[in-house]
Design a protein around this ligand. Structure first.
Ligand SMILES: O=C(O)C(=O)C[C@]1(C(=O)O)C=C[C@@H](O)C=C1
Length: 360
């Protein structure tokens, strides 16, 4: 005879108690690891170890839990254990409810100390000055291209990139009512206004588009005036008590943003090779014909794939540029090391922004 609901629930209760005892045993072990690390002065956050834990469990997972469930659960378990060792402070473009905050939570799990900042400059400053251990900044959107301020700030920053994460970004039109009538202004970050420009032109041609410091800030302001609307996430909408007047208004249905995880080298050194890695560089070349072509030759010669090539003005008053280049691989691989060495010898300026596992 099959079990009834009460029986099944009482079995679930018993398993939950076993799980709780086991999780606490794990947390106590992590506490001991924390003491060891404090004694030797080593880093608490070890993303390479966390990835190995998750991969190891996925490889022996008999189901019915899916591999992705295993990853989600253990990311949170390790986030909680890590916070017992030492809470990791993470700076991002706030206020609460931004996609940057979501990216921080997806990467570190929810047991972090939040350091919301007003601008990207402030995120860099927080991570450089020690107010935060890590920063999370958007670097690229698949429909709008690079986030120029983040790239410009990386150029002279002592921070390096230790990880990346990409998010599917769905923008909603949020306001105090759920209609599209009588909207005088739409307030959002310039990137979001750009990502929704087609929809805005079609549905709200008369509304002013007002750039503000973040989408969540736009949502916050929209909650103060019934004639204003914001463009932001569902979370920002609930945070400020707004209705979704129009769902998913971004022009590209597969609108994704890539975020970089940045920190001082003493907080976390470049992660070891994971098997699927990326090196981010910024270089400039002497101002002569063919110089840009020349720097690509070593990559071809050593069989290294380039996954990104962006240029930014050098602001020297001349027509000079910095080139942001991502290549596949890890410098511990001889062909990657050889390609980078040859490339560096051709550059007037060469800086490795980071070596890190390719994100989801
Ligand atoms: O193995 C470690 O170094 C730990 O600190 C333990 C642990 C974990 O919970 O498994 C926690 C934090 C680290 O980022 C990696 C793993």
């Amino acid at each position: 005879m099959s079990k009834d609901l009460a029986q099944l629930r009482s079995e679930i209760d018993a398993v939950d108690r076993e799980l709780l005892a086991t999780l606490n045993k794990r947390a106590a072990l992590a506490n001991e690891v924390g003491e060891l690390k404090r004694a030797e002065g080593s880093n608490v956050f070890r993303p390479d170890r966390e990835a190995a834990v998750i991969n190891g469990l996925q490889s022996v997972n008999p189901g019915p839990l899916k591999a992705s469930n295993v990853a989600t659960i253990w990311r949170e378990v390790m986030s909680a254990c890590r916070a017992l060792e030492a809470p990791q402070r993470v700076a991002y473009l706030g206020p609460a409810g931004t996609f940057s905050e979501q990216a921080a939570l997806n990467f570190f799990g929810s047991s972090i100390e939040h350091v919301p900042c007003m601008t990207f400059d402030e995120v860099f400053h927080a991570a450089t000055s020690g107010t935060a251990d890590f920063g999370v900044v958007p670097v690229e959107n698949n429909s709008e291209g690079v986030v120029t301020r983040s790239l410009d700030l990386m150029l002279h920053s002592p921070l390096h990139i230790v990880g990346e994460i990409s998010l599917l970004v769905r923008h909603h039109l949020l306001r105090l009512s759920n209609s599209l009538d009588s909207i005088e202004a739409v307030l959002a970050h310039p990137q979001a206004l750009a990502q929704c420009q087609g929809w805005l032109t079609k549905h709200l041609p008369k509304a002013e588009r007002r750039a503000v410091s973040s989408n969540a800030e736009g949502a916050r302001l929209a909650a103060t005036n019934p004639a204003w609307a914001g463009i932001a996430s569902e979370r920002a909408g609930s945070e400020f008590g707004l209705h979704i007047a129009a769902h998913a208004i971004q022009d590209d249905a597969f609108n994704r943003t890539r975020f970089a995880i940045i920190c001082l080298p003493q907080t976390l050194q470049a992660p070891q090779a994971s098997g699927n890695d990326c090196v981010s560089l910024v270089v400039s070349v002497p101002n002569r014909p063919g110089a840009v072509h020349d720097i690509l030759v070593p990559l071809k010669q050593h069989g290294v794939s380039m996954t990104r090539f962006e240029s930014r003005p050098a602001r020297s008053g001349q027509w000079e540029y910095y080139f942001y280049i991502d290549v596949q691989g890890h410098p511990s691989q001889p062909h990657v090391a050889a390609a980078l060495k040859d490339l560096q010898s051709l550059c007037a300026f060469y800086k490795v922004l980071g070596t890190y596992p390719v994100g989801e």
